[in-house]
Design a protein around this ligand. Structure first.
Ligand SMILES: Cc1cc2nc3c(=O)[nH]c(=O)nc-3n(C[C@H](O)[C@H](O)[C@H](O)COP(=O)(O)O)c2cc1C
Length: 178
């Protein structure tokens, strides 16, 4: 099936139900290759992606996702943790002077690449911000000096395709002035 980029964008959704079916290693690697190639501020590439596919460990990580939003996390056969490495000096300059954390922007772009690549090869995904970072860091041996920006669930989806709920084009797009 040949898909346009916009069709792929519409296909990607936050999947909050998964089939009881493992994900092939090559498919996981393909998603991470898309992340590896994503752009970053000053080409910093300040990220490490931890693949959690050991079921027991994955279930313990899933337990650290807050219940309200995270009840589905343990259904996913794979979780990817996006670890933000120590920012370079130039990135720290951005945080202090411009008050923009470029490392986190970079993580968001990488996360998008993962989820779009997943959708293209028939996988479902969901970015998850609501988890107990301290617990997940200790489960994955992530040093104190690093942050886990996001978890991404990955698996064969079991939920239906939904219509996108979004603001209208005219609400969010302006031309030439605010
Ligand atoms: C940075 C970020 C963090 C998110 N964290 C969560 C989360 O903790 N739990 C969850 O169920 N969905 C989470 N989501 C998914 C959003 O709720 C979802 O993208 C939004 O409602 C739009 O729906 P769609 O992704 O299905 O198009 C997150 C999305 C982003 C971009």
């Amino acid at each position: 099936m040949i898909m346009t980029f916009l069709e792929l964008v519409k296909l990607r959704q936050s999947n909050r139900a998964y089939q009881d079916k493992p994900v092939e290693r090559e498919k996981i690697e393909q998603c991470l290759e898309a992340a590896r190639l994503s752009p970053s501020s000053n080409n910093t590439q300040g990220w490490t992606f931890i693949v959690i596919n050991d079921t027991e460990l994955k279930n313990r990580v899933a337990k650290a996702a807050f219940r309200l939003w995270g009840a589905f996390v343990n259904q996913a056969p794979v979780i990817i943790a996006l670890v933000a490495e120590k920012p370079l000096l130039i990135t720290r300059f951005g945080v202090t002077v411009k008050k923009i954390d470029f490392t986190l922007l970079d993580m968001g772009i990488a996360a998008t690449h993962i989820c779009l690549q997943a959708a293209e090869i028939g996988l479902g995904s969901c970015m998850v911000e609501s988890f107990d970072e301290k617990t997940v860091k200790s489960l994955l041996n992530v040093p104190d000096s690093r942050r886990i920006a996001l978890l991404i669930t990955l698996g064969y989806p079991a939920d239906k395709q939904r219509e996108k709920k979004r603001k209208t084009f005219d609400e969010v797009v302006r031309w030439n002035k605010y």
